[in-house]
Design a protein around this ligand. Structure first.
Ligand code: FE2
Ligand code: FE2
Length: 192
C-alpha cells in the first residue's frame, strides 16, 4: 500500500497536532535517508506511522498489549512515554494492514533505541527528535550534526534523552543505555 493510503487514517487517528509532528518526522527521516543512503520511502512511511500508538490512552494501550499477548517489560508498561511505541508497532499490521517488518521494528524501538539498530531505526529515532516542530536548547546544533555525522548526532540525542529522563525522575529503559553505549563504542572504535 502506498503512503497516500495511510495519510487520511493517520490524520483522523492522531489529530491535527500529532499528525503535523508525524509529517515533520516523515520528511526529516526521508532527508536523512537520502543523506545516508537509506530507503527514503520506508523512512517516510516509518515517520508517518511512528506515533500511531499515541492515538490511544495509556490504559487503552495497556489493554491492547494484554489482548494481543505482547510480552513487554515492566519499564515499557509503566512509562507513559514508552508504551505507545511497542503497542503502536504491534497494532500497525492489525489496524492499518502494514506489512513492512523493517518499518514496524523501527516504530517499536523509536522511544528507547537499542543496541545494533538498523539504519532505518536510527534515522527514525533521530528524525523524531530533530523534526522542524521541535524546539529545545541545542536543537539547531543537533540538526547540524545530524547532517554531518549520523552516529555522533544519535549519541548526542540519546544522551540528551537519558538526561531528561533522569531530570524528570522517570524510569530509564535499559535499552537506551545499551543504545548509548553501542554508539559510543562504535565511535571510539572508529578512532573518534
Ligand atoms: Fe513517539
Ligand atoms: Fe514522535
Amino acid at each position: 500500500m502506498g503512503i497516500e493510503n495511510y495519510q487520511r487514517p493517520i490524520r483522523i487517528h492522531l489529530g491535527a497536532e500529532l499528525y503535523q509532528h508525524s509529517v515533520g518526522v516523515a520528511e526529516t527521516a526521508a532527508t536523512l535517508a537520502a543523506r545516508y543512503r537509506g530507503d527514503r520511502h520506508r523512512a517516510y512511511l516509518a515517520g508517518l506511522l511512528h506515533d500511531y500508538g499515541k492515538g490511544y490512552s495509556h490504559i487503552e494501550l495497556y489493554r491492547k498489549a494484554e489482548q494481543m499477548g505482547l510480552c513487554l517489560d515492566r519499564v515499557s508498561l509503566e512509562e507513559k512515554g514508552l508504551l505507545h511505541a511497542p503497542v503502536g508497532a504491534a497494532l500497525l499490521p492489525v489496524e492499518l494492514g502494514v506489512t513492512d517488518s523493517a518499518v514496524i521494528k523501527a516504530v517499536a524501538y523509536h522511544t528507547t533505541g537499542r543496541a545494533q539498530m538498523s539504519l532505518l531505526e536510527k534515522i527514525l529515532y533521530l528524525a523524531d527528535i530533530i523534526e522542524p516542530g521541535r524546539e529545545f536548547d541545542g536543537v539547531e546544533k543537533l540538526r547540524e550534526i545530524a547532517h554531518a555525522d549520523l552516529e555522533r548526532a544519535l549519541l548526542a540525542a540519546v544522551e540528551q534523552t537519558i538526561q531528561s529522563v533522569l531530570k524528570k525522575g522517570l524510569l530509564l529503559h535499559p535499552r537506551s543505555v545499551q543504545f548509548r553505549n553501542s554508539l559510543l563504542a562504535g565511535i571510539r572504535a572508529n578512532g573518534g
